[in-house]
Design a protein around this ligand. Sequence first.
Ligand code: ADP
Ligand code: MG
Length: 260
Amino acid sequence: MGKIIALANQKGGVGKTTTSINLAASLAALGQKVLLVDCDPQGNTSSGLGVDVKSVAHHLYHCFLGEVEAKKAICQIEGAGNFDLLPTHIDLIGVEVELVAVEKRERYLAKALAPLRSEYDYVLIDCPPSLGLLTVNALTASDSVIIPMQCEYFALEGLSQLIRTIRLVKNSYNQKLSVEGLVLTMYDRRNRLTYQVAKEIKNHFKERVYDTVIPRNVKLSECPSHGQPVIVYDPKSAGAISYMNLGKEFLKKQQVKRGQ
Ligand SMILES: Nc1ncnc2c1ncn2[C@@H]1O[C@H](COP(=O)(O)OP(=O)(O)O)[C@@H](O)[C@H]1O
Ligand SMILES: [Mg+2]
């Protein structure tokens, strides 16, 4: 039975999409069967993997509303371990309004993804930068959450809001939901503020913070315009090495959890 993991943080630009794409690619390269679900209507995950959403027949919006089986909307991403993508489209924004008065509106994504769970080792969901209905659906569909964090002054403030939302979803809709881990992104070792914020995050979340930190690396910002994960675009770059390390650390932690 596969594990479903949301990558969430209501702040924009913290590395959710970069981590979704590159963790999915690393896990695939490490032999895991992976599905990446693009749950952000902006579609950066889909375009960053070279999928032209205007040319796909079906996308997450159709699956969300139950019009199309999720299986039918999946595209295959090739290179460095293949993985699957459930692409999105700007139409997905409409879900927030269309479901506003519908009962159990937080469960639509869980329902759409349920038939796929057994076909993958991991299903990763890239969330939009908000705590609206799409993110609530992603959290309701998931077993756990990975929180990408950029170590800057306001990071912690946003974090408490996110943790409150996770607790709310857990208490109301999805008892099994837990925080899988926090990933420090765009890490700059020479910056004192980065160091201080990272220390505070570690004091609070302890072993849930991954030891692997993702440095600021220009290859990571370039690779989406080539439609490739960084391990394909430049496998020797610091970005590729750190996301491979994150994949390995993630899998090691899963092994420990299963053994407990
Ligand atoms: N480690 C990194 N080094 C350099 N640029 C990065 C890194 N992580 C993300 N970026 C860039 O920062 C911007 C925001 O990242 P993104 O993953 O899209 O964040 P989010 O999905 O949280 O909004 C993008 O332009 C991305 O290419
Ligand atoms: Mg994003």
